[in-house]
Design a protein around this ligand. Sequence first.
Ligand code: RP5
Length: 160
Amino acid sequence: MKVGIVMGSKSDYPVVERTEKILADFGVEYETRIISAHRTPLAAMKFASEAEENGIEVIVAAAGKAAHLGGVLAAFTPLPVIGLPVKSSTLTGLDSLLSIVQMPKGVPVATVAIDGAENAGILAVQMLSLKYPQLREKMKEYKKQMEADVIRTDEEFQKK
Ligand code: RP5
């Protein structure tokens, strides 16, 4: 099982590494590439068209500004693409979000929040867990742990 993470620029990496961490925590293999829809469009086409034969099952595409990367990758692959809008410009990421989420009919990009790097990883794991039952069990544990953490925090907060 492998996730392909693509970012439009190395400057996106401080956000993207949080997606990598989630995937690593779940024991999911990933490869991370810097490919730009605008600066290296041919590489974007090649990566997406060959992703399936290279063993990738889900793609995470992180980009900022006029963030066309996820849409371009989705155009060239049957694999699900998760768009991660990066807050990289003076428009505080709203530009990235809208560029990624407003895809035309027929070519969806599943879009997470601006800088929602952890959710991009979690959603990728959830997609993979349709095929890999061991990942589904880990996801159940993750949710239980999250619930327990909030309950413990609430109990501590009430004692203040
Ligand atoms: C986008 O432009 C990248 O995804 C990045 O978020 C933003 C700025 O890129 P750099 O100018 O820092 O390379 O394409």
